[in-house]
Design a protein around this ligand. Structure first.
Ligand SMILES: O=C(O)CCC(=O)C(=O)O
Ligand SMILES: [Fe+2]
Length: 293
């Protein structure tokens, strides 16, 4: 696979300031009890909404406290999704933005742009293999491996419920029931030539993103002018504020910059589920916040 040869070439990620991957400090990343949001009594829910608001405002990034309880099925969904997506990533040949299905004609190129979002730098060959699939309103899923459709259907539904609860908490005013959802599976092959940039810094174009990983760290979040390594609580989802949340909140919440670094003997995988309003929605600040200027 391309990743192996990339490991032996001069390291483009550490050669110059432009591509350098500085050491990340650790943590302080906010933890929010999302169970209170979904199942809590009025006062617990109100506190969780305040916590989400503060985390969005201060960080644009937080994690979901699994101790507080996770939505039923999410754990099983996380475990089974590794198996499902690993096969899909390998079968699609590990191309960056490897959405299966045909040549990059105009429509497909537009779809790829939508799925990839806004990136500041190109992805370096071999450091990332990914599969992106529209998950809602209709699941567009590769036909192989056979288990993938089953896994993706369950995973999309589980994460969509959580994303909608979060979206409601972040902005009760925004109607997101008819949403648009994208699933992404990223695989970063082993890379022993030093630290490298698997996925350059970017913000996610949607409203909210849920991300979990296979126990190999590498996600970094930009906070307070520094890159911090995002090490999750065991089994936790990371929650990432996207560009549309920044627009809706009139800049009060930021679409946070994040990136993925690679380096080490174990392949890293991350599973991303991103939600947006349906595609014909005009995304603009909610009036109450627009009035603030
Ligand atoms: O692999 C990661 O941790 C980051 C993935 C990501 O940010 C994305 O797919 O948008
Ligand atoms: Fe991202």
């Amino acid at each position: 696979m391309a990743g192996a040869s990339a490991c032996h070439s001069p390291d483009p990620c550490t050669d110059d300031g432009e591509h350098a991957v500085p050491d990340a400090g650790t943590t302080g990343i906010p933890v929010v009890d999302l169970d209170a949001l979904v199942n809590g009594a009025a006062e617990q829910r109100a506190q969780a909404v305040r916590d989400v608001g503060r985390a969005c405002q201060d960080w644009g990034f937080f994690m979901h406290d699994m101790e507080g309880g996770q939505p039923r099925g999410a754990g099983g969904s996380q475990r089974s999704v590794y198996g499902g997506v690993r096969g899909a990533v390998q079968l699609t040949g590990g191309g960056e933005g490897g959405v299966p299905g045909g040549r990059a004609d105009g429509a497909r190129a537009r779809r790829l742009r939508l799925l990839r979002g806004r990136r500041r730098r190109p992805v370096l060959a071999g450091l990332l293999q990914d599969v992106r699939a529209i998950a809602h309103p209709e699941l567009h899923c590769p036909a192989t491996p056979a288990k993938l459709r089953e896994v993706a259907t369950e995973y999309a539904a589980t994460t969509r419920r959580l994303l909608l609860s979060l979206s409601t908490a972040v902005s009760e005013a925004m109607r997101l029931e008819s949403c648009f959802q994208i699933l992404v599976a990223n695989r970063y092959p082993p890379y022993t030539a030093g630290p490298g940039l698997g996925l350059p810094e970017h913000s996610d174009h949607g409203f909210l993103t849920l991300l979990f990983q296979n126990g190999v760290d590498g996600l970094q979040v930009h906070h307070g002018g520094r890159w911090l390594l995002a090490t999750p609580l065991p089994g936790a989802f990371f929650v990432i504020a996207g560009d549309q949340l920044e627009i809706v909140s009139n800049g009060r919440y930021k679409g946070v910059l994040h990136r993925a670094v690679v380096g080490g003997e174990r392949a890293r995988m991350s599973m991303v589920s991103m939600i947006s309003p349906c595609l014909d929605t005009v995304v603009k600040p909610v009036p109450e916040l627009a009035a603030d200027g």
